[in-house]
Structure formats: structure tokens, C-alpha cells
Design a protein around this ligand. Sequence first.
Ligand code: NIG
Ligand code: FE
Length: 411
Amino acid sequence: MQTLFINIKELVQVRNEGIAIVSGEDMAILPKIDNAYLLIQDDTIVDFGSMENCPKLEYGTVIDATGKVILPTWVDSHTHIVYAGNRIQEFVDRINGLSYEEIANRGGGILNSAKKLNETPEDIIYEESKKRLEEVIQLGTGAVEIKSGYGLTVAGELKMLRVIQRLKENYSLPIKATFLGAHAFPSEYKENHTAYIDLIINEMLPQIAAENLADYIDAFLETGYFSVEETIKIMEAGKKFGLPAKIHVNQFTTIDGIAACVAHEALSVDHLEVLTDADIAVLKNSKTMPVALPSCSYFISIPYTPARKMIAAGLPLALATDYNPGTTPSGNMNFVVATACIKMKMTPEEAINAATINGAYAMGISATHGSITKGKKANIIITKPLTSYYQLPYEFGNNLIEQVMIDGKFV
Ligand code: NIG
Ligand code: FE
């Protein structure tokens, strides 16, 4: 089956093979072809170029994209979309003056979601999660990482990871599962951290590995959550089971966690709302992708990740939603891209690079996703008629997507 898009106003993020990451000043370059064609064979991008060189199709479908922009689907490399219920009351409590920390200290926050998760049957969690996944696909997300971390018990963590496994089996977009048993200490382990870490390492991890339920391992490295030493133990244990690390770090405080993550070859470090010059120096020339989550900053009113400073230092940056019931009850990558432009002063080119090619790196799928490249999967966004791709972040909050294609099929 062949599909040929013709007269595309702007075909955005066109790359040669082998480019997996854009950093520093290169982030300002977003290669595009005006008045372009794009040829798809089954689930794969096979050709593209300027309309002057457009091939004649002998069989298949020709679609006229006059006035429209085509770009690769968003890659959301950091989410927690598998969860039970919601935390609407905490939202109202925060409006009334409580902080995220105060709510967590009185048993709310992650432990609130963990209670709900453990009480809810797997099938219901699956149904709720699947709805969220379908919604974000309609919003242009064509690859997604999903974390556990609201179980915090052997049964609860396995339940979450099995839900992610079912999503993987039933949806064709790439889904990566991240084991986040080290998301918070359950109250019964508040005074005995070692026992909970032992539970993660000796009980949870072996079962997860035996069922092949995770691709990555994560921990919430933060004051009041997991210390640098505790996170190192988690990363080392993950490594033994073949799970590279993707770590929540520097969300509220900086405790020299990033250096440990880089030393342990973390694939990504995520959040980074507070970042020191030393943190930036450590990330420079590392293989670890920094990931910013601007919807989280927006929702809980914390600083935005200092993108300008990071890019000026030559770093790459990826953008993701952090979709979760506590700090980001939204999985809209279009809003993330717009907020990165508006609040973090990233240019549209930088934000789109961060939400596509660098996001693909942060979830280990650079070979197949994140750009319009021959041989990559045909996961694309077709917009409504636009002035230019600048309109995407400009009209923040509006849905400018007309169609989404995953693996060569319209969804
Ligand atoms: O990425 N910071 C840690 N984890 C989530 C929030 C968890 C929650 O509040 O449920 C985050 O923001
Ligand atoms: Fe998160």
C-alpha cells in the first residue's frame, strides 16, 4: 500500500539517516521543505522532496495537502498515564495556598495515588489508561514512555507494568515501560528506607525482569524522596537487569544528583527546574539527554527549566508532558511545545526539535522515530491549513491538528 502526500505547504523536520540528537545552536535549525511531497509505503517513509521531483504513483492513494504542514508525531518520553482516579481535591488545596510539599507531607501526593491504585482492579486501570492514551494520540503523540510508580508494593507495581504491557500489545505506537518503584517511600517504610530499597531490588526487580515488563528504571531523586546514594543503588540494580536509567531529578532542589545519573549512564535526566552551573557542566559531552516538563511547572507554579542557559551551554534538550494525576493532569504535547516557546523562550524550531528528534533519543527510539527520514516509521501529524508551523505554538491551546497517522494508518 502506498500513500503519496502532495503539495505539502511545509514538510518539517526532514533529516538524513543517522542524526539522533541536536544540541546547542543546532537546535535552532529545523530543516524543512516547502511545497513538498511525502511518499509512504505500508508503515514506512520511503521518499520525500520538492514537488518538482514528485514521483507518479502507479497504485495507492494520493492526498492533496495544499496549505497544510506535515511533521513527525510528537515523542512524549516522560509520562505516568497509567493511574487510578484523580487528585482534584489537591488541585483545589493548592489554589487555597498549600504547596505540593505540604500536601505530600500530610499523606497526599504520590501516596494518595498509590492508595487508589492498589484498591483499583487491573481491568479498570487499563480502561482508564487506554482512554488517556487514545486522547494523546489524537493530539499528535506518536510514541510514549509510561512509568509505574503508583503501586509502591510488589503487587501494585506489577499491576501497573502489566497494564503498560497490555497497552503495548494493543496499540501500534511505540510504548516504553519504565519501572518507578522508587517514586516515594510508602508510610510503613518512612523510618526504614533500606527495607523498601531491598524490596525494590530483591522482590520487585527480579519479577519484573522475569516477565520482561520494563525497558527502563527510574527514581525520584529529591530532598525528602530518594537520596543520591539510594538512587545509585536503584540504578546499579537496574543495570544488572539490563534496564538503563531515566531519572526524576532537580525538580525542587539540587543535591548533586545529576552527576551521579551521568556517571551511571542514565539515558535521560528529567525535570531540571532548578539547575546549577555545575549540573550543566556535568551534562556537557555526556550521553544523557536533559528533559524539560513545562506543563508541570505551569500546573504547580514552580520555575521553568532554564532552556536558554542550557542551549547556550551547548546542551541538547527534550520536551515531554509528565502526564500524571498530581503535577500534570494533561498529556497535550502541543501545549508543551507552546509553553516551551512562551515561558522558556525556546524558538519554535528548538521546541519542535526537543519534542521530536530529541524526545526519540530520550526514549531510545531514534532509529525509527522523531524525524521525517527515509526508512523511519510513517508516524506523522497533518495540520489544518496554516500560515506556517509557527502557528502551532502561537495559537496555544487550540487544536490545529487535522489528522494523525501511525505506522502509515490514519487514527
Ligand atoms: O514527575 N516528581 C515526581 N513524580 C511526578 C509527580 C508525582 C505525583 O505527584 O503524582 C512528576 O512530577
Ligand atoms: Fe514524572
